[in-house]
Design a protein around this ligand. Sequence first.
Ligand code: NAP
Length: 254
Amino acid sequence: MTDQHEPRVAVVTGGGSGIGRAIARRLAADGLTVAIVDLNAAAAEAVAEELHAEGHAAAAFGDVDVSDRALVNAAIERVRTELGPPLVLVNNAGLQGFDKFLSITDETWDRIMAINLNGPFYLCQAVLPDMIEAGWGRIVNISSSSAQGGQPFMTHYVSSKAGLIGLTKALALEFGPKGITVNTIPPGFIDTPMLRDSESKGLLGGKVEDHETRTPVRRIGTPDDIANACSFLVDERSGYITGQVIGVNGGRNT
Ligand code: NAP
C-alpha cells in the first residue's frame, strides 16, 4: 500500500475546460495533487495557475492529444517524475460529432473513436502499472448518457461512449483483485462549452434553458455535479464500488 499521508496524484484529461476543469478543481480541493492533461495547453496552464493561486498542488501538461499513445506515455512519465505515481485517473477528454449516419466518413468515425475510446485505453495502460505496484487505484471514465438512451445523428459518438462503458466493466473485473476500482459517469446535459457549441449550431432543438422543463429536477446540470460524483468515486471510502455506471443527469436517464 501507499503511504496514506502522501497526497495522491490524479491525472485529469481534458482538465482545461468544462467538466474536466471542475473535476480538477474538486480533486485539488480534496487534497490531491492534480495533473491537468489537455490538448489545449493554454487552458491547462490557466487551470493550474488558478489552483496554485488557491494554494493547491497542480501542474499542467499541455499539447497532449490523448489519441496519440507516444504523447500519452511521455506525459505520464513526466507526471510520474515531477509529481509522483498517478494513482487516480479521470478519462474525461472527449470529442462529440453530429452527422447523419449515412454521411459519416471513415476519417470522422476513426477520429472520434481515437479520442473517446483509444485515448482511455492508452491512459489506462500507462497508469495501471503504478496502481498495481501501489495496490490501490481509482479510474473514472466520463462516458455519456447518450450511450444509455441512444442519440440520433451521433452514432459515432454514442458508439465510442458505449465502448467506454464496456471498457469500464471489463477493467473493473480484471483489476478489482489489485485494489483498483473502475467506474463510469455518463453525464447528461451539462452546461459546458461543448454543450453551448451544440446550442449555437442549432443541434439542441432550441436553447439549453429550454431543456429545464424536460429535466425531472428542473435545472441544467453543472460541471460541479459531475465533479462531486467523481470526488465520491475516487475517495478511499468508495472501495466497494466498481464496474458501475453512475448516472448524473437530473433524472433524464434512469
Ligand atoms: P469541453 O468543454 O469541450 O472540454 C473538453 C476538453 O477536452 C477541452 O479542454 C478540449 O481541448 C480537451 N480535448 C479535446 N480533445 C482532446 C484530445 N484529443 N486530447 C486531449 N484533450 C482533448 O467538453 P465537456 O462538455 O466538458 O466534456 C467533457 C467530457 O464529458 C467529454 O468526454 C464529453 O463527451 C463528456 N460529456 C459531456 C456532456 C455535456 O453535456 N457537456 C454530456 C455527456 C458527456 P480543446 O479546447 O482544445 O478542444
